[in-house]
Structure formats: structure tokens, C-alpha cells
Write a protein that binds this ligand. Structure first.
Ligand code: CS2
Length: 499
């Protein structure tokens, strides 16, 4: 079977959308760090739109900071891949041509530094996941004990981390008399621009205070809110697409129609005339909070409760009436902690979110979302919990998700089926839980876990009682039982919860 490539583009079925521009004439104005499926279905599409509109400055040099997998999938395809947009029976295939080259950083660090320092490079985007910033999830401070970060603190000759690459490349740009690039974090972190800026400046300052001052004065780190559901591609997806295209595409991504990128309008150099899906604004935080606490908070709830119940996919969890009820209750709680932007009608947004979660063709796995919970919980659940406690409001639904995450750490679901706890702090959390023999002790151990739980919550009695109650219930009745109990208790008014 031949592969998707420049040579086979002409053989594709007529309904497949292809690049409308001459790829040979493209220059690379973008370097992307962390070329996973999310980048290929999100930011790469916006740059591909700019290329399709005729501005050929916005090709992408993409880098993987760890594994060669994506490079090995894309290189034989000349960087081409299919974005398959699915919603129920509707399906649209588009070939994306924006990625011109993929670099595996550990194999070719100089090539990545050269791309970052190139005069044509104006924008650097990052999807390196929450843990890639090497910042403490609770406080946002650099995790100096991290071995890769420690290596970059000692020397930037061969950077190990994303902030390390940025600092080393910014030093090269400054030495060459070039302007810095605009660095855009596209991860689901609160104040992602400020966090990236903080990591870069802290690292730069350790090496060269003048460089740090130059980056602070001349550089730009806009805040962003990114949104698109992009489930991991499966082998079956590749087989089905091969049948449809007549050529094999090992780099395909599958996603939903919805696409949103809110970017703080703070660039230090050129940017494309962004088209559909991109909103430039002065204030990203209200968008980001709404998305993190409504979409991502509900996702985590569905992932841990559904995962414990042994349910594989998001839409299957929401087929349970008690799970739908729970998500609505979670949103009722989260909503009171938001100051939504005037353009955002929260009721409409909630309805749209539920419809997106219900999309049956996406097959978004609960286990994919369950990954890296220690990095996700603070912004998705603990911050709204803190806000509601401060306002004297109930936290039942939010606390049930946190309790489900605690139960997930045990590595077994309600049927006793084992799962891997895929989280950079999994071993530390397991150690802190190993001597805890009761729900009460387990919650005390978790609340004492400073990397995740901020100090103002650690000693909160209402929170520890709520978490203990739900964890005990989850351990006795399983996630389905806990959801049924939650539905029964919250159907009554006022809610007679036992804490
Ligand atoms: C998900 C997100 O895996 C997760 O944690 O909640 O990746 C989610 O699908 C995206 O943020 C949607 O924009």
C-alpha cells in the first residue's frame, strides 16, 4: 500500500480537501514544540488556513522533544497528514500541508536551535502538556529538583526542556541582532502565557541577567485558550482511512468540528491574518477559566468516574442518566466561580459542550483524559473548590471528582481490573497513600500533598469531610453507586448531605 505523500496527493478521492498553495514556496514562520495530535488538529490548521489564503510565510517546523514516533510517521509522507473531522454520520477529510519538517530534538538539538533562531521564525507554539513546563502545579514555581531542568540550569549547550530550548534560542537571536519570537503556550494551564514567561525568565536569569532583561522587555508570551477535542488515533482509524483514501496515512488525526483559539493580542513580531476559529482579545483569562472549569473539569469527572466504572469512552459514560445529572450539577457549581466574558452565554456553552461530549464517532477514551491528573486537578477542580468554600457554597460535585481521582490512584477499577496510573507524580502519590488504611487517612495524605493541593485547602475541614464521605462511598458502592447516590441526594432540596 503506498503512503500519503506529495507524489500520491493527486490520486486521492475528489472529495478530499488538499492544500490550495504550492508547498515548495512556503517559508517557515512557525516552530512548534510537541508535535502531538492536538497540534496537528488545532494550531497547524490555523496556519494551514493562512497558507491557503495565500500568505506563504506560515509553514511549520515541528519538533518532538522526546520520541521519534511522529517524525517517523510524517517524514515518509513529506509532512502531509489527514485531519478527519467527524460528527455523527458526517465526515470530512482534509490534507494539511503546513508542517514542512519534523525534528526529533534529542537526535538533532542543533537543528531545532537553528530553526528557533532563524530570521524567518516569528512564532513559537507549544503543546508540551502541563508537566512539560517544569513548574509546580500548585505554586507555579520552577521544579528545580527535576533532573532535566537541573541539567538546563547547569548548561544550555544541549537543552533538555522546552524552556531550555527557548532560552538558548533567544540568546542566539539576541547575539545575531534579531528580534525575539512570540512564544505561545497552547496547553490547558491557567495563565499559560505568564507561566511560560515565568519559566523562561527564571531559567534565563540563572544564565545571563542581561538576556533575561532583554526577553522581559522585547519578548511576548500571549495568554491563550485552546479548544478542540482530539482523541488519540487508533490502529482501526488508520485502517478505515486507508480504505477511504486509497493510500495509507500513519499521521492522521481525528477530531470534532468545533475549533477555538482565543489569543491575547500581544505579539512582538509578525503574525498571520488569522481566520475562522481564532479570536484575538485583550483578556483571555475569562475564556480560559470557563473552558478549564466547565469543559476540562467535566472531562476529568467523566474520566475518573467513568474509568472506575469500567467505561471506555466519554459518550458511553454520558449514556447513563445519573452521569448526565452529575455533569450538570458539576457545572452548576463551577459556573458560580466564573466571570464569563460578555460574548459567552454559559447556558448555550453548556448545551454545546454536552453535545460535543455526546459525539459518538469520536470515541474519546476515559483513560486518555485520566492521564496526568496531578497536573490538571488544581486548575480544573481545586481552584473552583477554593472559590466556593470562600463563598460558603457547597462543593459536593467538585469533591466527588477529586475523590474519584484519589480512588483512581489505587490502580484498580470497581471490577478489580488494573490500570496504570499515568502521571508524573504517580510514584510519590502512591508512597504517600501506602500507609493510609482508611478513607479518612487517604484523604489526609492527599490533602498534605503540597505539589497538588494549595496550603489554603490543605487544612480545610469542610473539604476533608466531603472528600472522605465521597471516597468512602466510592470504595463501598463503586462509581456507579456513588453517582446514583449523588443523584438521589441532590434530587432533594435542600441537599441533605451528611457534612
Ligand atoms: C482533556 C483535554 O485530556 C484531557 O485532559 O480534557 O485534552 C480536552 O479534550 C481539550 O482541552 C479540549 O479542548
Amino acid at each position: 500500500m503506498s503512503r500519503l505523500s506529495s507524489a500520491t496527493l493527486a490520486e486521492l478521492p475528489a472529495d478530499v480537501i488538499r492544500p490550495a498553495y504550492d508547498r515548495a514556496g512556503v517559508t517557515c514562520g512557525v516552530v512548534h514544540l510537541g508535535i502531538g495530535a492536538f497540534h496537528r488538529a488545532h494550531q497547524a490548521i490555523m496556519f494551514d488556513d493562512a497558507l491557503n489564503a495565500g500568505d506563504l510565510r506560515w509553514g511549520i517546523v515541528a519538533a518532538s522533544l522526546r520520541s521519534p514516533t511522529v517524525r517517523d510517521q510524517m517524514a515518509p509522507q513529506d509532512g502531509l497528514y489527514t485531519m478527519l473531522v467527524r460528527d455523527g454520520a458526517a465526515e470530512q477529510a482534509r490534507i494539511v500541508g503546513a508542517v514542512q519538517r519534523v525534528i526529533v530534538a534529542p537526535e538533532e538539538p542543533e537543528a531545532l536551535l537553528a530553526a528557533l533562531a532563524a530570521p524567518d521564525t516569528h512564532i513559537v507554539t507549544l503543546t508540551i502538556t502541563e508537566k512539560g513546563y517544569k513548574l509546580d502545579p500548585a505554586t507555579g514555581a520552577l521544579i528545580e529538583g527535576d533532573p532535566q531542568l537541573a541539567a538546563d540550569l547547569a548548561s544550555l549547550e544541549r537543552p533538555q526542556t522546552a524552556p531550555g530550548y527557548l532560552v538558548a534560542a533567544l540568546a542566539m537571536r539576541r547575539a545575531a541582532g534579531l528580534a525575539p519570537f512570540t512564544a505561545i503556550s497552547c496547553d490547558n494551564l491557567p495563565h499559560n502565557g505568564a507561566r511560560l514567561r515565568g519559566a523562561v525568565l527564571a531559567l534565563a536569569r540563572r544564565h545571563d541577567a542581561v538576556l533575561a532583561d532583554w526577553i522581559a522587555a522585547e519578548g511576548a508570551f500571549p495568554e491563550t485558550m485552546v479548544d478542540r477535542i482530539v482523541p488519540a488515533t487508533t490502529a482501526a482509524d488508520v485502517v478505515a482511512l486507508t480504505e477511504r483514501l486509497g493510500v495509507e496515512d500513519q499521521a492522521m488525526v481525528k477530531t470534532e468540528p468545533f475549533l477555538q483559539w482565543v489569543i491575547e493580542d500581544k505579539f512582538c513580531g509578525p503574525r498571520p491574518d488569522f481566520g475562522a476559529g481564532v479570536q484575538l482579545t485583550a483578556a483571555v483569562a475569562p475564556w480560559e477559566e470557563a473552558k478549564l472549569r466547565l469543559l476540562n473539569g467535566a472531562h476529568s469527572g467523566i474520566a475518573y468516574l467513568g474509568g472506575l466504572a469500567g467505561i471506555d469512552h466519554v459518550h458511553e459514560v454520558l449514556a447513563l442518566p445519573e452521569a448526565r445529572h452529575f455533569v450538570e450539577a458539576l457545572w452548576d457549581e463551577a459556573e458560580t466561580t466564573l466571570s464569563p466574558p460578555p460574548e459567552l452565554d454559559v447556558a448555550t456553552y453548556r448545551r454545546a459542550l454536552m453535545a460535543r461530549f455526546d459525539n459518538p464517532t469520536l470515541r474519546h477514551r476515559t483513560r486518555q483524559i485520566a492521564m496526568d491528573g496531578s497536573q490538571k486537578l488544581p486548575q480544573r477542580l481545586l481552584t473552583p473548590i477554593a472559590a466556593r468554600l470562600a463563598a460558603g457554597q457547597g462543593i459536593d460535585a467538585l469533591a466527588l471528582v477529586v475523590a474519584a481521582w484519589v480512588r483512581w490512584q489505587a490502580g484498580k477499577d470497581d471490577r478489580g481490573e488494573p490500570h496504570r496510573v499515568d502521571d508524573p507524580l504517580a510514584a510519590d502519590i502512591a508512597t504517600s497513600l501506602c500507609d493510609a488504611t482508611s478513607p479518612n487517612a487517604r484523604i489526609a495524605a492527599i490533602l498534605g500533598f503540597e505539589a497538588v493541593v494549595p496550603p489554603e485547602l490543605a487544612g480545610n475541614r469542610t473539604l476533608s469531610e466531603a472528600l472522605t464521605y465521597w471516597l468512602a462511598l466510592l470504595e463501598q458502592q463503586g462509581a456507579r453507586g456513588a453517582l446514583a447516590t449523588f443523584a438521589r441526594l441532590t434530587a432533594q432540596s435542600p441537599i441533605p448531605l451528611p457534612f
